[in-house]
Design a protein around this ligand. Structure first.
Ligand code: HEM
Length: 402
């Protein structure tokens, strides 16, 4: 299949926020149907499994989100990587592509979480050879380019990713286990957890693809939207902002996630004939498209200004400030604590806030003199988003960041 096919054409659209929540939260009436087009890359992963198998895999992988791991990722990986990558980029030019910068940083995070050896100097090669084609292959349903070509490039990227990065790390962990090593001798990463659990190689390979793409794509896209929307908001919106510093950054991250959902929809299949609380009738076998961007801008929940970006908005009682950006129910995003910070007593900042803070502090502003470019996809993401650095910077001074 090479011609463009709209994945929404054969599905019943669910646009209302409450309907969307109802569908996502009810695994007994709705089964997972996302990512069927990219099964060769991410089939049989936590994202696509169902029932007990899903429960067990999710329980296993949730260990990556324990507080100690989050603090490690936050302090030992993200913070120094942002510094080093930014220094490297700025040594070449004060104009930086924020998409590429974000993907370089998040690739290091992904490598650490998965358990891959990836020295910083190899980052660019892995970006080109593996990450970019795999992002396109795993999100092929939304692509406007040739799908046959995307899949072929994805296959080649997966093969070299597995051979050069994933399999050597699996073997290393198996050697430790075979020589009577204890589980504690292995680092807490995806490959260690799956090897210790006795899962077969092809299953581990696809989970390593899912985590590679999941931890880079949405994060890098959200980072660019945060800068883009905040710039527009400050130029056209409030004269003065009562909140500042960390508080306003957290609000910007939440509002960006609510307002700029990257993926047009997640899919579920209706198991039985049913009627949603709003009255929408569904038949057994119906494919349902839960339209996250529309749900997150539903005026009935978010008010008459739902379609505007306003980090200082009053929030509906009982709802998360980012709405359904991370999905909901059994398949809700596993990486959310990493993205937003942990909610335990001692909070970790959350990597999006941390990165946004670091780049704003260095003087990042939108480079209005250069063109940004959207990806050839129905996903809402940039392919290129130029920023530059200035002191004092328009964004940092308006937001009270010092
Ligand atoms: C801004 C960042 C992110 C956004 C907006 C986001 C969004 C989402 C959404 C909407 C889903 C639900 C898909 C569905 O219901 O079909 C999901 C699932 C998932 N996400 Fe994220 N994600 C983000 C970052 C991450 C990160 C950093 C990781 C890395 C650990 C991650 C790992 C996953 C996994 C493993 C699942 C599948 C969970 C399951 O099915 O049990 N995500 N994400």
């Amino acid at each position: 299949m090479d011609t463009y096919q709209d994945p929404l054409a054969a599905a019943v659209p669910i646009r209302g926020y409450l309907d969307a929540k109802e569908v996502l939260n009810d695994a007994s009436r709705f089964s997972q149907a996302s990512k069927r087009e990219s099964a060769e890359f991410v089939g049989g992963t936590v994202l696509t499994l169902e029932g007990d198998e899903h429960f067990e895999r999710r329980r296993l992988l949730s260990r990556l989100m324990r507080r100690r791991a989050l603090v490690y990722f936050d302090e030992q990986i993200i913070a120094p990587t942002v510094r080093v990558v930014l220094d490297e980029e700025l040594a070449i030019s004060d104009r930086v592509d924020l998409v590429r910068f974000g993907r370089r940083v998040f690739l290091q995070l992904a490598a650490s979480m998965i358990g891959l050896k990836l020295p910083l100097e190899r980052t660019d090669r892995v970006l080109e050879q593996n990450l970019f084609p795999l992002i396109e292959a795993v999100t092929v349903e939304w692509s406007r380019s040739s799908r046959g070509e995307i899949r072929a490039k994805g296959r080649a990227a997966m093969q070299s990713y597995v051979t050069e990065l994933v399999q050597p790390s699996i073997e290393e962990r198996r050697r430790v286990v075979a020589s009577g090593g204890r589980a504690e001798e292995l680092p807490t990463d995806l490959l260690s957890l799956m090897v210790l659990d006795g899962l077969p190689d092809p299953v581990i390979h696809r989970e390593a693809v899912l985590f590679l793409v999941a931890s880079t794509l949405n994060n890098a896209a959200t980072l660019t939207h945060a800068i883009d929307e905040t710039d527009r908001w400050l130029r056209t919106g409030p004269k003065g902002i009562a909140t500042s510093g960390d508080e306003v950054i957290t609000r910007i991250v939440h509002e960006t996630l609510r307002y700029c959902v990257v993926t047009p929809a997640v899919f579920r299949e209706c198991r039985e004939r049913t009627t949603l609380s709003s009255g929408t009738e569904l038949r057994a076998g119906d494919m349902v498209a839960v339209m996250l961007p529309e749900a997150n801008q539903d005026e009935a929940v978010w008010g008459p200004d739902a379609e505007t970006f306003d980090p200082l908005r009053s929030l509906p009682i009982g709802e998360k400030p980012y709405g359904l950006a991370f999905g909901a129910g059994v398949h809700a995003c596993l990486g959310r604590p990493l993205v937003l910070g942990s909610y335990s007593e001692e909070l970790t900042a959350g990597m999006l806030s941390r990165i946004l803070h670091q780049i704003l502090l260095r003087g990042a502003v939108v480079d209005h003199g250069a063109d940004s470019e959207l990806a050839a996809s129905d996903q809402r993401r940039f392919e290129r988003f130029p920023i530059r650095f200035e002191r004092p910077s328009f964004l940092a001074s308006r937001l009270g960041i010092s």
